[in-house]
Every structure is written in C-alpha cells, then in structure tokens.
Design a protein around this ligand. Structure first.
Ligand code: ADP
Ligand code: MG
Length: 330
C-alpha cells in the first residue's frame, strides 16, 4: 500500500482524480492538469451549468461510506442537470480535506468516478485544499439551444407528475435519529439507507422530458417546497391529491402522518417533479415503460396562486415546511 501520508497536493490529485487520456469520451479539448479545462459544446447546443456543495455534519455524517459519499456528491449535481433536461458532459471537483487518508481517498474517488463513467461525465479539473471536509462539484451538461426545462414554464391546466417513490431518504434519516417505533427491519433499513446515501439521478428521464414537460425541478428540499418554487416562478397555483401520491413499499405499513411527512417534506429524494399538458399522458406511460421508472400524476396546475392539498373532496391544511439551511426545518 502506498504511504499517502507523504503524498503532496499534486501527487494526491494525480493519483486519485486524474484519468489516463483516452479513458473517457473526452469532450474536453483540454482536460485535467492544465490551468483551465477547455470544452467545445456541440453545434446547436447550449451549456447547462450547476454547482452543489456538501459539508460534513451538514449534508452527511463523518461515518458515511466514502464510496457512497463520492457517488452522492456527483449524483446531486447530475440531478440538477436532469431537472433541466441536460445531458451530462463534464464536472470539476473542489475538495477540502482535513487530512490525506489513502483508504478514504481511494474509496471516495472510486464511488465518484464510477457514477461519472455511468453518465460519460468527465472530471476535467478542480481544486484541492486542506480544511473541514467539503465537496463542491460544478457540473456541465448540454441541451439543444432553447430546449432547457425551466421552473417557469408550468401552464394552467397542466398535470403535475412525480417520478419514483419520494420519502425513502427521510425514512432512513428518522431511523438514524431513532424516532421510528417500531424501528425498521434490517433489509428495509439497508434499502432506505441506500436511497439516502446513494441516490439515482433521473438523467434519462430529464432528457426524455425535453419538449414534453412544460417545467421541471428536482426534489432536494422536499416535494411541497420544490413544487412551490415551480408555482412561484411560473406565476400559477396548484391542487395536489394526497391519495394519488406514490407510497414507497418501505412506507406502506407506516402511519399515514409519517408517510405524508416523508413524501411531502422529506427532502434528499432527487426525483423529478414536472408539469405537462394532459395531451402528453400517453408519452408519460411510454417513458415509464422505456425507463422502468414509475411516473405518477399527483395534481393539476391552476390559475389561483398557492398550493391546495386535497384528501378526496376534503381540503387538508398544509402543515409542512421544507428544509432551509438558514431557517432549518419546522
Ligand atoms: P492552480 O494552481 O492553477 O489553481 P491547482 O494547483 O489548483 O491549479 O490544480 C492543478 C491541476 O489539477 C488543475 O488542472 C486542476 O484543475 C487539477 N485539480 C486540482 N484539484 C483537483 C481535484 N480535486 N480533482 C480534479 N482535478 C483537480
Ligand atoms: Mg487551484
């Protein structure tokens, strides 16, 4: 085993984060190791760019498996590209490390680069510094010019859709906090823990929604809060049918209040919420088959501002507040 305690900044970068030329699709004209990476967007395409940072103690526990942490750090960024309908191209990594630890770096870079390879998304540069463990990633993707999905496009009368089964990451968090009675059996715990620590960005869905969805957003802070962003940016309101919400098999046996808390305000789901006209329902069924991913119609865009929740014909007060880093959760 290499004694990485003696590794300097540059050796560390080279050993764990650079790939041999020819290993990837190489959309970068100049890649890792120069002062700048240089990217050539394909003709007729625009770049979609997004940054997400993860801080130890804030976004993850110090005990998390470093391979999963590497995966998640990139996954949350790819999820932003997915929400815009963009195809991943490349990313940069700003890594702040408290110390150089070979086993940690090796696992972290494996988890990170495995997901990068899955999406042909090349690591083209970054920055490495000493300090409290923080992972900042900037991801670049491409979309046909003018074709990016935005938060602002929802139209009155559109259906509201959600992918997958949101709420599992929150169930895992509650299991870690010890608030579940009864607790989770080992199999369920492992499954929801994987949902929290190893989310799957809905990259193919996002691209499939181009020209089909009128607006989209990924669920990072909670379904209601993130849908709220779409409503405000689109200057519309909505009604949501609580009994239409998809319930994860892992939440099936839980009290309805906990189900709703997890699904509506759980956060860390990285599913997509999107809107589309009713004329696109058949397309949604085709996408569902094609991707093997459940898509559920949960509501409707309305002209009246605000979000109304319904249980059948009964109005339900909105008691959920989504996460805010400076206000916390209610
Ligand atoms: P500069 O002195 O110009 O800031 P650095 O010394 O920070 O450059 O980085 C040297 C090279 O290594 C650059 O090409 C940079 O993009 C790359 N690099 C630095 N840190 C990382 C990292 N964590 N992952 C990938 N590439 C990195
Ligand atoms: Mg630098």
């Amino acid at each position: 085993m290499i004694d990485t305690m003696s590794l300097g900044e540059f050796d560390l970068i080279e050993q764990y984060f650079w790939r041999p030329v020819g290993a990837g699709p190489h959309r970068a004209v100049v890649g890792n190791g120069d002062d700048c990476a240089v990217i050539a967007p394909a003709p007729g395409m625009q770049l979609a760019i997004s940054t997400d940072t993860m801080v130890e103690g804030r976004h993850f526990l110090s005990t998390v498996d470093p391979a999963r942490l590497g995966h998640k750090a990139l996954a949350v960024n790819l999820s932003d590209l997915a929400a815009c309908g963009a195809k991943p191209l490349a990313f940069t990594l700003a890594l702040t490390l408290p110390r150089v630890e070979a086993s940690w770096l090796s696992a972290f870079s494996k988890g990170l680069l495995a997901l990068a390879d899955e999406h042909d998304c090349e690591l083209i540069g970054g920055d490495t510094t000493a300090g409290p463990l923080t992972i900042g990633i900037t991801v670049l993707g491409e979309v046909p010019s003018g074709g990016a999905l935005l938060r602002s496009g929802a139209q009155v009368g559109d259906d509201i859709w959600i992918s997958g089964t949101p709420g599992e990451a929150r169930l895992a968090l509650e299991a870690f906090r010890g608030t579940l009675h009864p607790g989770l059996d080992a199999r369920t715990f492992e499954a929801v823990r994987a949902a929290m620590e190893c989310p799957t960005p809905r990259v193919a869905l996002g691209q499939g929604l181009r020209g089909v969805a009128t607006s989209a957003i990924d669920v990072s802070d909670g379904l209601l809060g993130d849908l709220g962003h779409v409503l405000r940016r689109s200057r519309v309101g909505a009604s949501l049918a609580l009994d239409a919400l998809p319930v994860s098999p892992y939440l099936q046996d839980r009290a309805r209040d906990l189900q709703l808390d997890c699904i509506l305000a759980g956060g860390d789901d990285y599913e997509l919420i999107f809107t589309s006209p009713a004329s696109q329902r058949e397309t949604m069924h085709q996408l569902e088959q094609q991707l093997g991913l459940m898509l559920t119609r949960v509501g409707r865009i309305e002209a009246e501002p605000g979000l109304r929740l319904w249980q059948g014909e009964q109005a339900v007060p909105n008691r959920w507040v989504s996460f805010d880093h400076f206000k916390g959760a209610a």
